[in-house]
Design a protein. Structure first.
Length: 151
């Protein structure tokens, strides 16, 4: 069974503990359940991970590129958290291994502070889902599945 990688960046482990007006009340465990439910219906395995460390996220991205090329994975859903707005290194990692990535943000970053309006991920992303809450993760998995099925 092919897999999909779901990567979460810094502070997303705190989801559901603060700022419900921005991020809602769901926890990261709820996000994982949603991803597993969506993936199961599509016949996919899920690798669900979170790290507060940029290098760890880069290592995971680098490992996933060859897995996609080998037909073992359909790509990654990436909520890079605040690294979205700072990380040339994440941009380069995605580009280097040609990883199909759907960039997800729970909040509508474009309604928020100007420093959240720029993403280093977007230019190397296959698609972008912002502001739809945690439902964005399920939509992103569905989009990666559709893309893989249609070549
Ligand atoms: O909207 C998103 O999904 C973000 O990627 C979330 C990041 C933020 O830096 C991006 O601009 C947009 C922050 C995640 C931190 O989440 C927290 C949740 C609860 C309490 C504190 C932080």
């Amino acid at each position: 069974m092919p897999s999909v990688l779901v990567l979460n960046g810094p502070n997303l482990n705190l989801l559901g503990t603060r700022k419900p007006e921005i991020y809602g009340s769901a926890t990261l465990a709820d996000v994982e359940r949603l991803c597993r439910g969506t993936a199961e219906k599509l016949g996919l395995d899920v690798e669900f991970r979170q790290s507060n460390h940029e290098g760890q996220l880069i290592d995971w991205i680098q490992e996933e590129g060859p897995r996609v090329k080998a037909g073992e994975s359909i790509g990654a859903v990436l909520n890079a958290g605040a690294f979205t707005h700072t990380s040339v290194a994440l941009h380069d990692a995605i580009e280097s291994v040609e990883l199909p990535v759907i960039e997800v943000h729970i909040s509508n970053v474009h309604r928020r502070e100007p420093f959240r309006h720029h993403s280093y991920i977007s230019p190397v992303a296959t698609g972008i889902i912002v502001g739809l809450g945690i439902a964005g993760y399920g939509l992103a998995i569905t989009a990666l599945h559709g893309r893989a099925a249609n070549g």
